[in-house]
Ligand binder design. Structure first.
Ligand SMILES: [Zn+2]
Length: 287
């Protein structure tokens, strides 16, 4: 699983710093070369008084989500010599929620423009990925405060779906078709139960690297467990409704993101897990 560049691999391109997209200045993007797109919709710190606060929906900030995303980007670049794309909304969630449909996420004109620029930047990253690769993976990063301190991975499937027995998950392809891994479920040699909760699922690969995650072989969703199964971002940009970008929502607990050391450990595990995941399921080496 070593990821040192082979002798024939050209030197890693120097990645420029982030660029700001569009007119608002609230969306920041880091271009990448890997077939991976990361986004952070809920860790914005800028809250101009002239943009009114949203009056409905959730407005809580996802603390440390951006810092974790940057750590994951650094870990992937270090491991694979290439970086993922990263898109961050810097406008406060009190003003815009980019992980909701536009009607719920924004009402103010500048907030609406910010929402459009965020999704436009993800679309542009997707196009850049698909110009180089037949497929790619999009991860939308969030922070949760649920009692069980494990990374919750959302594929747009409800907890009830994820409690189905393997035989049912593998025989009933309408479940895979409702997931944000729809395209990948048809590409991978693995059964769907393996793809979402087996040893080579994202959760399984992370758990094996010291990052407890659900779904995974070791963690089940009890009926009383709160669980984030994914929202607008992975529905809009994942493969459920078409396209070649598969997607997952990562909801990260405090112990996996709260300090630089914890973020570095999580990021290293994510980079290692993604390398194996791409090789196993996409048939692609990340180097
Ligand atoms: Zn969030």
């Amino acid at each position: 699983m070593a990821c040192a560049p082979e002798p024939t691999t050209p030197a890693a391109p120097t990645t420029p710093g982030p660029v700001r997209n569009g007119e608002t200045g609230y969306i920041r993007s880091w271009p990448g070369e890997l077939p991976i797109v990361l986004s952070v919709p809920h860790d914005g710190a800028i809250a101009p008084a002239e943009i009114p606060d949203r009056t409905t929906g959730v407005t809580v900030r996802d603390s440390h989500a951006r810092a974790l995303a940057e750590a994951i980007r650094d870990a992937l670049r270090e491991r694979c010599g290439r970086a993922p794309h990263l898109i961050v909304c810097e406008l406060s969630r009190r003003k815009v929620d980019c992980n909701r449909a536009l009607a719920e996420g924004a009402t103010d004109p500048v907030a609406i423009r910010t929402w459009r620029e965020y999704h436009g930047a993800i679309d542009a990253a997707e196009q850049a990925v698909l110009a180089r690769s037949p497929h790619g993976l999009y991860l939308d990063l969030h922070s949760h405060g649920h009692p069980k301190k494990r990374l919750e991975i959302g594929y747009l499937l409800k907890a009830d779906d994820l409690r189905l027995p393997d035989a049912r998950l593998d025989a009933d392809d309408t479940v895979a078709a409702r997931s944000s891994l729809r395209a990948l479920s048809r590409r991978t040699p693995a059964k769907f139960s393996e793809l979402v909760r087996g040893e080579t699922s994202l959760g399984g690969l992370l758990a094996a690297r010291g990052v407890p995650a659900v779904p995974s072989p070791a963690e089940v969703l009890a009926p009383t467990d709160p669980y984030f199964n994914g929202a607008y971002d992975i529905a809009a940009h994942g493969s459920r409704d078409g396209g070649r970008l598969d997607a997952a929502q990562f909801e990260v607990p405090a112990p996996q993101r709260d300090t630089p050391a914890h973020r570095a450990a999580t990021a290293k595990a994510v980079a290692e897990a993604l390398e194996v995941y791409f090789e196993r399921h996409f048939g692609t080496k990340l180097r």
